[in-house]
Design a protein around this ligand. Sequence first.
Ligand code: SAM
Length: 274
Amino acid sequence: MKLTFGKNISKYRKLKNITQEELASKLGITFQAVSKWETGQTYPDITQLPNLSDILEVSIDKLMGHAVYEKKVSIYEDEYARDDYYWGLIPSTMCYKVLSILPPAKPFKLLDIGCGEGKDAVFFARNGYDVTAFDIADAGIEKTKRLADKLGVHVNVFKADILDMRLDTCYDILYSNGVLHYIKPGLREEIFTNYRQYTATNGIHVFSVFVVKPFIPPAPENESNAHTWISGELFSHYSDWMIKECEEIIFDCNSAGIPHKHAMNRIIAEKIPW
Ligand SMILES: C[S@@+](CC[C@H](N)C(=O)[O-])C[C@H]1O[C@@H](n2cnc3c(N)ncnc32)[C@H](O)[C@@H]1O
């Protein structure tokens, strides 16, 4: 997996809706130079970084892929720092779907995107999958490691920001429960293209996302970095895969200590060769 400078320049340029030519002209360089940065052939001169950061409105750290080491950004960091498990230890029902659709006849490679405190990642490891997991919350990563150790299994767990993280190795199963709303709408196509590309043939994606419904009030957490999906939007990324299951559910939640409801879309889709 890699966090690359060039890809970050391209990502933040596109988020600002400016072309390579426009960026080059603001920096007083040729668009070929920008193109070479974005394809990783060359790097900007160090003296250009402050200007680049100003134009793209993103910190130099973040451009260089070091944003993951910045201040905490998960509202769950403090909750995870407690001894008890904020999300409990019972695996999500989606885990059992993975077991039934792609049972661990061999140690399939599974990535848990936004693993929280690791209840699902550790469940998969206990059931014979080869599990990698990441989250942005340090305390969640520590707890995932502790839980895996306690139960005598290994999970390759590390800290990463879903916005910066791109896959460069293939997985049989990509799994994510309640995390994809941290992907800004403008990055979804690029990130899903990457996820789809690095999924093995006949591999599966098992994803759930929070969706907006006009009859459900916004959740009390009110996170500034959360971007709820449109109902049905998740399914639109899988028109050329086999959709094995997709559903919309409404459920009660008591996170933040306030009873409320969430609407969620869930999908299980298989990458079929054609
Ligand atoms: C609703 S919790 C779900 C946790 C876990 N998937 C589960 O089902 O128990 C959302 C998780 O997303 C993580 N998260 C928030 N922003 C993130 C980001 N930018 N990159 C990676 N993970 C992030 C949070 O730390 C939190 O653990």
